[in-house]
Write a protein that binds this ligand. Structure first.
Ligand code: MN
Ligand code: MN
Length: 365
């Protein structure tokens, strides 16, 4: 955490930013080691070029924040306190004239922004988000280890879910069974609402599971992830229930070929765009270009969607230590949807695949 704070402070000095006032749970966690969802209450981390940082959180959480290892000041406010007065006091003890303040512009709400404007009447407000996204984009060994654990549990969930597919079961039956199995393994939170989609339902990339019964001859798509120690995994597998037709097979094979090509293309020094295009070209050449309507993938870590964004126009250079998803899909409305998604970690030699459930088409009896 100290090194992360120092990197932010270096950036602040380079850009003449006297105060960073960060408010998202994810960035506060990244810099302090303390995670909380404060709901509507204020959570904030104030960082200065030289003076010690301080954390602001609801009073009832001060003990947890201390236990997380945060060693600097914590301002705990009760529901009847005025946290902005306490913040004003803490800031004026650390720095006098403030010309530039970095905030999370995409996260901060107007009410809090107005409070800050009253504290820093002459300051200009700049965004800290781009800097924090870039810091979070490169994972260290500890983060990788947690992500590997989260990916192993996602593998387990797909395996368990696939084993639950039986005559008469619905999407929700299978979903509930796999999430229950995860809970028994100590998983308390999913990265996002789990998807189990069958047949034509899977033709929507962001479909909602329901009471549709899984039928022989259907493709069944699982998209899920678990949160372990605040880090998210994200896997998609599409399996066949009974024999599927040639069209479904062709779609599956095309997606798999595209997915493997993007893994192969993933290595330090290339652009994110070239990785996306490695997959997109295969899908387009097979005649399904218009049925692949989303980017190849996204970075993941504390957030399930973070940098890098794997789009066909992103010139960002892939670096060692990045973790991102590779998830091409083909969605033919009313016919079928197939997506195959892995999480990969970039090493000097290329992509190390963190999600390991098999990708050869699984035909369940
Ligand atoms: Mn996914
Ligand atoms: Mn994803």
């Amino acid at each position: 955490m100290k090194q992360r704070l120092e990197k932010l402070q270096t950036w602040m000095r380079e850009n003449e930013i006297e105060v960073s006032f960060l408010t998202s749970s994810e960035n506060v966690f990244y810099l302090t080691g303390y995670y909380t969802d404060p709901h509507e209450r204020l959570l904030a981390l104030a960082v200065f070029q030289e003076a010690e940082p301080f954390l602001v959180c609801p009073a009832m959480e001060v003990h947890d924040a201390k236990r997380s290892g945060w060693e600097y000041e914590i301002i705990g406010y009760s529901d009847i306190d005025h946290p902005w007065e306490m913040i004003n006091h803490a800031i004026s003890g650390r720095t006098q004239s403030v010309a530039k303040v970095a905030i999370e512009k995409e996260h901060m709400n107007v009410e809090r922004y107005e409070q800050l404007q009253q504290l820093f009447t002459k300051a200009m407000f700049v965004s800290a988000e781009e800097k924090l996204r870039r810091l979070r984009m490169i994972k260290d060994a500890k983060e990788l280890k947690i992500l590997e654990e989260a990916c192993a549990l996602a593998d387990y969930a797909v395996e368990f879910g696939a084993s639950e597919i039986k005559e008469g079961k619905t999407e929700l039956d299978v979903l509930n069974a796999l999430e229950y199995a995860l809970k028994q393994k100590g998983v308390t939170e999913m990265s996002f609402a789990t998807m189990v989609l069958t047949g034509a339902n899977a033709a929507s990339p962001h479909g909602t599971p329901g009471n549709t019964k899984i039928q022989k001859g259907d493709l069944v798509l699982f998209d899920l992830g678990v949160i372990i120690d605040r880090y998210c995994s994200d896997i998609t597998r599409t399996v066949a229930y009974g024999e599927i037709n040639d069209k479904q097979k062709e779609i599956y094979d095309t997606v798999l070929k595209a997915q493997l090509a993007a893994i192969e293309a993933s290595k330090p020094g290339v652009t994110a765009a070239s990785v996306d295009l490695a997959a997109r070209k295969i899908i387009a050449d097979a005649g399904y270009g218009e049925y692949f309507p989303h980017r190849l993938g996204h970075g993941l870590g504390i957030s399930v969607h973070e940098y890098p964004s794997m789009t066909e126009t992103n010139g960002l250079i892939i670096e060692e230590g990045m973790v991102y998803t590779i998830e091409p899909g083909i969605y033919v409305p009313e016919v079928a949807g197939v997506r195959i998604e892995d999480d990969v970690y970039i090493t000097a030699d290329g992509a190390k695949i963190l999600t390991k459930f098999p990708k050869e088409l699984q035909i369940l009896k």
